[in-house]
Ligand binder design. Structure first.
Ligand code: ADP
Ligand code: MG
Length: 240
């Protein structure tokens, strides 16, 4: 048994003439907080979709919790312990915060994953949203809707939280708050994989970073290593 919780083996995904994922091999350990970064068009969202089962690869494998999940749909991977949030917010504005969280559990009262309410209350508390349980989601500002979506993804008690650009549209301050909460959750043992464009956010998380470029793994290392890496600066930060 290894302590790898999620891994890919030479994943390939093509769109016409574009190879959006080009033999991507990745290995994330249990308890890790991994950032996947890269310039626009690097293949981040494609890799996210391959990891969560929205896309099937043209070739290659996805391993999750010691099993080959390559042929499983997203909902099946979620049932096996993958928590997901997307680049576009998927909360229900007409429902209250609590109702959104209960929708995420996908099961009637009494038939829920154990400890679900305590778990989402804990996450809401981390984001300072515990007093907003009965507010309609439409009254929340954008960044709090993003946080609600993270709480929804965590309500079922996933083993891995996978986020695609969780700070899209947030102010620098909201971005830092988000990074801090994710660091806390990781400190409590949650494995987190974040696809992110925002370098300030990645700096704040200060964990292992995988840089994608033209569909390939271009570099991997600590934030310090990555931001010093001449070739990464060239392709990602646009300077030498
Ligand atoms: P990122 O999220 O890093 O900006 P994407 O994964 O969205 O990158 O895109 C990687 C490459 O694949 C880009 O060249 C993009 O144009 C192409 N691509 C992504 N999704 C599709 C799609 N559904 N159809 C055609 N081309 C796509
Ligand atoms: Mg993207």
């Amino acid at each position: 048994m290894s302590d790898t919780i999620l891994a890919t083996e030479r994943l390939v995904k093509r769109f016409g003439g574009v190879t959006a994922a080009d033999a991507v091999s990745l290995s994330v350990k249990r308890g890790e907080l991994r950032c996947l970064i890269g310039p626009n068009g690097a293949g981040k969202s494609t890799l996210f979709a391959l990891l969560c089962g929205i896309y099937r690869p043209d070739s290659g494998l996805v391993w999750f919790n010691g099993r080959d999940v390559t042929s499983l749909h997203a909902f099946q991977r979620v049932r096996r312990g993958l928590g997901l949030t997307f680049q576009t917010n998927r909360t229900y504005h007409a429902l209250s915060v609590r109702q959104n969280l209960e929708t995420a559990l996908g099961a009637p009262r009494g038939d829920r994953p154990e400890g679900a309410e305590a778990r989402y209350r804990h996450v809401l508390g981390r984001f300072g949203l515990e007093r907003d349980l009965d507010r309609p989601a439409r009254e929340l500002p954008h960044h709090q809707l993003q946080w609600l979506e993270i709480a929804m993804a965590l309500a079922g008690g996933p083993d891995v939280l996978l986020l695609d650009e969780p700070t899209a549209g947030m102010s620098p301050d909201e971005t830092l708050q988000t990074a801090r909460v994710l660091k806390h959750l990781n400190g409590e043992g949650l494995t987190i994989i974040v696809v992110e464009h925002d370098i300030a956010f990645v700096r704040e998380l200060a964990q292992l970073v995988t840089v994608l470029h033209q569909g390939r793994v271009f570099a991997e290392g600590t934030v310090a290593e990555i931001t010093q890496h001449q070739d990464v600066r060239r392709i990602y930060l646009g300077r030498t």
